[in-house]
Design a binder for this molecule. Sequence first.
Ligand SMILES: CC(C)(COP(=O)(O)OP(=O)(O)OC[C@H]1O[C@@H](n2cnc3c(N)ncnc32)[C@H](O)[C@@H]1OP(=O)(O)O)[C@@H](O)C(=O)NCCC(=O)NCCS
Length: 185
Amino acid sequence: MILRTERLVLSLPTVDDVDAIYDACQDAETQRYTTVPSPYERRHAEEFVPKVAADWRSGAHVTWAMREGSVLAGMIGLYRLDGTGSGELGYWVSPWSRRRGLLTEAARAVVDWGFASEGPGLHRIEWRAVVGNIGSARAARSLGFRYEGTLRGALVNPQGRDDGWIAGLLTTDDRMPQPWPVLQD
Ligand SMILES: CC(C)(COP(=O)(O)OP(=O)(O)OC[C@H]1O[C@@H](n2cnc3c(N)ncnc32)[C@H](O)[C@@H]1OP(=O)(O)O)[C@@H](O)C(=O)NCCC(=O)NCCS
């Protein structure tokens, strides 16, 4: 399943991406704010590629590599597709590709696919982030996600346990950004 946007092609990660995945996942923010292993070793990238393919086959999780030409700009996916009409959006952008609107561009295509009848036909897409992850929250707000609250001690990653922000987007929502009480501007 390949998705195309103005600047990006979204496709399966392959063994040729291992070096770039390993480099990108050395980033402290990616380790702090996502569930990637920490420390992140080369074997983690090597194991990630076949796991993504297996997850696509089972339909449980779908992950795309974000590609800008030959540059690996990040990873994005929909997770916990358990057949109940819900899924969770997750992503990281490579440190060398940030602050250029690439995440929001890729995520619009993924959200469209998630709600589409040719895709999983979701009713609700959820977003969760460690409290204080302002960049991710701003991206989710721009995509039209509505802030829904704080989940105490709900997020666990190799760095520990954190409070989490939660937001949601329904297939029936318009995508107009709404005010988020936890974002100042
Ligand atoms: C969060 C992240 C995905 C943003 O990717 P990006 O491609 O730089 O995002 P975009 O350029 O599309 O910007 C999206 C919005 O976030 C804002 N933003 C991005 N990084 C930001 C930062 N570090 N601080 C404040 N705002 C930031 C942008 O200004 C933009 O805001 P706007 O839509 O209100 O104008 C990226 O910084 C990242 O990978 N972080 C580490 C991993 C992570 O946090 N993943 C998400 C886990 S929930």
